[in-house]
Ligand binder design. Structure first.
Ligand code: UT7
Length: 315
């Protein structure tokens, strides 16, 4: 028991769209290479806002949609690997931008592409200590700020965006969690300091290694979550995986024999928005009216570390 109740969600998608054809003008690539290999057609690229400003816009919308008075919040957690500042935490900046009350504990989580799920899980722990309170969780990524625009193997993959949720504890429905850290911390790196070697401040990735990790842990996490909940995949209404590559998700549903219609996929529009990807998918589904009270939702994300986390809960 002690699950999460989503009271309201918010989204900020930067208006600027960059297509595969646009990218083919700056690096040696093409829509014919990108789309069949990844499922990506477009990505939205932030211009003119900081990451904290994107996050603040998503948070403001989530607060409005939840009708929660900010006095009721106990924490503001921001998941990001692409902060404006290492210190202070960007969540503190967002709190000040929105003029939220001082009693709210604000901090960042760097869980790479699994950051939103980690933030939800940590918020659940804090909410258990703050009866009646709510948490504001936001995942916001400015991937394009950390992109080497001359590296075709990464620059075609990533996009920017933010999504937020106001959550409270739901004492009447179950919550299941799984997660772990596999070998391969060199497979995706963003070096923060020139002292760590060349290529600092840009995303470097050995895609094939992450692909193999992803297809393995997604299947493992789905099996574990279903086992703990005593459910089959048929009992689950929606599965939201980290949107890194359509082929990863396709491999998983084909291998496990799960109905593809259960998987929400929006990578075609946004590319890989790292920690924001599962948050954007959830908020977008909510905005489209696709989620009904009581729906069983499984979310599974993986990324740099190499980490993965999966959660199963009822909407
Ligand atoms: O969010 C973090 C988690 N990240 C992921 O989950 C990423 C997982 N990995 C993947 O999605 C795939 O590995 C990629 C989409 C990144 C790459 O696909 P791939 O089929 O593994 O391609 P590859 O890296 O093995 O490259 C194949 C070829 C290479 O050329 P050669 O050496 O065979 O001549 C690359 O140089 O494709 C070339 N290539 C490109 N060609 C045109 C790499 N990027 C591009 C490009 N356009 N953008």
């Amino acid at each position: 028991m002690n699950s999460l109740h989503f009271m309201g969600t918010g989204l900020y998608i930067p208006p600027k769209v960059v297509t595969n054809d646009d990218l083919s003008k700056i690096v040696d690539t093409s829509d014919e290479w990108i789309y069949p290999r990844t499922g990506i057609k477009r990505r939205h690229i932030n211009e003119g806002l900081t990451n904290s400003e994107m996050a603040a816009r998503a948070c403001k919308q989530a607060l409005e949609n939840s009708h929660v008075n900010p006095d009721e919040l106990c924490c503001l957690i921001m998941a990001t690997f692409s902060p404006d500042t290492f210190s202070p935490a960007n969540a503190c900046t967002v709190l000040h931008m929105l003029d939220l009350p001082e009693h709210i504990l604000s901090f960042d989580i760097n869980g790479a592409c699994a950051g939103f799920l980690m933030a939800l899980t940590v918020a659940r722990g804090i909410l258990a200590q703050c009866p009646g309170k709510k948490a504001l969780v936001v995942a916001s990524e400015f991937c394009s700020d950390f992109t080497d625009w001359t590296d075709r193997s990464t620059c075609v993959l990533f996009g920017d965006g933010a999504a937020a949720a106001v959550i409270s504890l739901d004492n009447f429905s179950p919550f299941y969690f799984t997660g772990g850290t596999g070998k391969g911390d060199e497979a995706i790196q963003v070096k923060a300091s020139p002292r760590a070697g060349d290529d600092f401040h840009v995303i470097r990735m050995t895609g094939s290694k992450v692909f193999r990790f992803a297809v393995t842990v997604l299947q493992q996490a789905i099996t574990e979550l279903l086992g703990r909940a005593g459910l089959t995949a048929d009992d689950v209404d929606h599965i939201i995986c980290h949107q890194a590559n359509f082929r990863i998700i396709k491999h998983v549903y084909e291998k496990m024999g799960i109905d593809p219609a259960k998987f929400y996929i929006n990578i075609e529009e946004y590319g890989n928005t790292s920690g924001a990807s599962s948050a954007i998918a959830l908020a977008e589904m909510n905005e489209k009216g696709l989620l009904k009270r009581g729906d069983k939702i499984m979310m599974i994300c993986f990324g740099a570390g190499l980490v993965y986390e999966g959660i199963l809960f009822e909407w």
